[in-house]
Write a protein that binds this ligand. Structure first.
Ligand code: MG
Length: 366
């Protein structure tokens, strides 16, 4: 089998403007087409098209070799990721098996997700956060995450410290959400790397009584020694890694023991096999994997295959309040039910694009 073309479809996604969903199709001479999704960034579509020359004529089964080639010619990691996912879709379809069966098979029978974004639209007061959290739990979610930096005016400034009143508000909101959902629902918080070490440690101490699943990016990911210092001195597990690319950047995180949980993104860090390798490295440090997943339905389904076949999976991100046409873009709706995603049994990824819907939401000049 040979690759004959690579096509892209930039579609209005949840964060558009400015960020579209970038879907990729890799075509072959046997009529099998593979589907992938890339993390959007400026120039990503041009970058993917520029990679065509190297891919056309190659056998899509040679994932390792093609991945290495793309990395060594310094192609953007998000472009590589989307193409890599599409190669696995081709292989699965060609062999008539779902992708997870090619990568070790099932470690579990359904994929637990946590609900991100349940708080959107709420004013920054305990009552509204409580009501939103209760509504998410009523939909069947057993884990929730919310942004603790968002309500704090200081995080809109350049400094990384917060005032004491902001510290108290953060504790108040976390306490309120914990009270609203009870003691059995998992709660994680994300700070998007907005704090300094002192603030991170102070929050870690104040929030310790609320049994949080993790404290995400308490300090920026650019300094893993600083992250390690927070992890070492905080009882709440630290989670990080959505901005790290490939096993080489994760290697440093593992060696520094900078987190107890990592969150690589399948559309950004290198695709399905690279994620599998990162998860295996993490497992040797007893670090758990909670993949970052905030893009379109193709990224979600690729993540499901990965989460199915890694032993140290914790929970997968799932966006509440996505665009209303998310499921219209694919031939089968994202199979979410009571806080879990079903594992597809169809060959490959298990979904394909609905071209009519894609045309409707296509960004022509992107
Ligand atoms: Mg995050």
């Amino acid at each position: 089998m040979k690759i004959t073309d690579v096509k892209t479809y930039a579609v209005k996604g949840r964060k558009y403007p400015p960020s579209p969903w970038v879907f990729i199709e890799v075509e072959t001479d046997e009529g099998i087409t593979g589907l992938g999704e890339s993390h959007p960034s400026k120039g990503i579509v041009e970058a993917i098209h520029a990679m065509k020359g190297m891919l056309i004529g190659e056998d899509p089964f040679n994932v390792e070799k093609l991945y290495e080639w793309m990395c060594r010619q310094d192609d953007p990691s998000s472009a590589i990721s989307g193409i890599e996912i599409a190669l696995w879709d081709i292989i699965g379809k060609s062999l008539g098996v779902p992708i997870y069966k090619l990568l070790g098979g099932r470690c579990r029978d359904k994929i637990r997700v946590y609900c991100d974004g349940f708080f959107r639209g709420a004013s920054y007061n305990p009552e509204e956060y409580m009501a939103k959290a209760k509504a998410a739990v009523a939909q069947g979610f057993t884990a929730l995450k919310f942004d603790v930096d968002e309500p704090l005016p200081s995080t809109k400034e350049l400094g990384r410290a917060i005032s004491l009143s902001e510290l108290h508000l953060t504790v108040e909101l976390v306490a309120a959400v914990r009270e609203a959902v009870g003691s059995e629902i998992d709660l994680a918080i994300d700070a998007h790397g907005k704090f300094d070490i002192t603030t991170a440690l102070a929050l870690g101490e104040k929030l310790a009584p609320y049994d949080l699943l993790w404290f995400e990016d308490p300090v920026p990911q650019k300094n893993l020694a600083a992250m390690a210092k927070v992890a070492e001195n905080t009882r709440i597990p630290i989670c990080t890694g959505e901005l790290l690319q490939s096993r080489f950047e994760f290697r440093e995180l593992f060696e520094k023991q900078a987190a107890e949980i990592i969150m690589p993104d399948i559309t950004f860090t290198g695709g399905i096999l690279e994620m599998k390798k990162i998860a295996a490295m993490a497992d040797t440090y007893f670090i758990l994997v909670a993949p970052h997943n905030m893009l379109g339905p193709v990224a979600t389904m690729a993540s499901v295959h990965l989460c199915t076949c890694i032993p140290n999976f914790l929970v997968l991100e799932f966006q509440l309040g996505d665009v209303p046409y998310r499921d219209e873009l694919i031939d089968k709706a994202v199979p979410i039910e009571n806080g879990y995603l079903k594992i597809p049994e169809e060959p490959g990824l298990g979904i394909s694009l609905n071209k009519k819907a894609v045309a409707k939401y296509l960004l022509e000049n992107y």
